[in-house]
Design a protein around this ligand. Structure first.
Ligand code: ZN
Length: 158
């Protein structure tokens, strides 16, 4: 296993839509293991493949990996909470996310799974799925919050 370099700030790879995984082969399994290792080494609780420069729809969480994850249901009250991101170190902002979600994905063995998540896990999954869609977390700020953020971090690409 290897600890991979985390892409940061204005890297283009963080703003592109990642491709579906067609087949779970040794390349994908290695990617998942390396991403898990990289997440742990950086004290993260989630990591998406574009953050290590790979445009594939793969995310890792504390309890496993989700391949081609897709939110099939979002419900519950939207909740504001503080988020950080390994690709934007030292930036902590309040982002509104759905409180509960249901996600369809493949696990590392290629098995179709559906998971129900709420609270922090629901938040992390929504943040990581945004990464594979090329959306940095500050893009989820509300209108005025985003303007204030842009004034403070004027060099960031949105
Ligand atoms: Zn992130």
């Amino acid at each position: 296993m290897a600890i991979l370099e985390i892409k940061k700030f204005n890297d283009k790879v963080l703003r592109q839509r990642a491709q579906e995984v067609k087949e779970i082969n040794s390349e994908i399994r290695k990617l998942v293991l390396d991403m898990g290792e990289t997440m742990k080494a950086n004290n993260g609780i989630g990591l998406a493949a574009p953050q290590v420069g790979v445009l594939k729809r793969v995310i890792v969480l504390e309890n496993g990996a989700l391949i081609n994850p897709y939110i099939i249901r979002k419900y519950g009250t939207k909740i504001f909470d503080e988020e950080g991101c390994l690709s934007f170190p030292e930036i902590y902002i309040n982002i509104k996310r759905y409180g509960k979600i249901e996600v369809e994905a493949m696990d590392i063995e290629g098995k179709e799974i559906i998971i129900k998540a709420e609270g922090l896990l629901a938040r992390v999954i929504q943040h990581e799925i945004d990464h594979i869609d090329g959306i940095p977390f500050f893009n989820r700020l509300g209108f005025w919050e985003k303007i204030k953020f842009k004034l403070k971090h004027w060099s960031f690409k949105f």
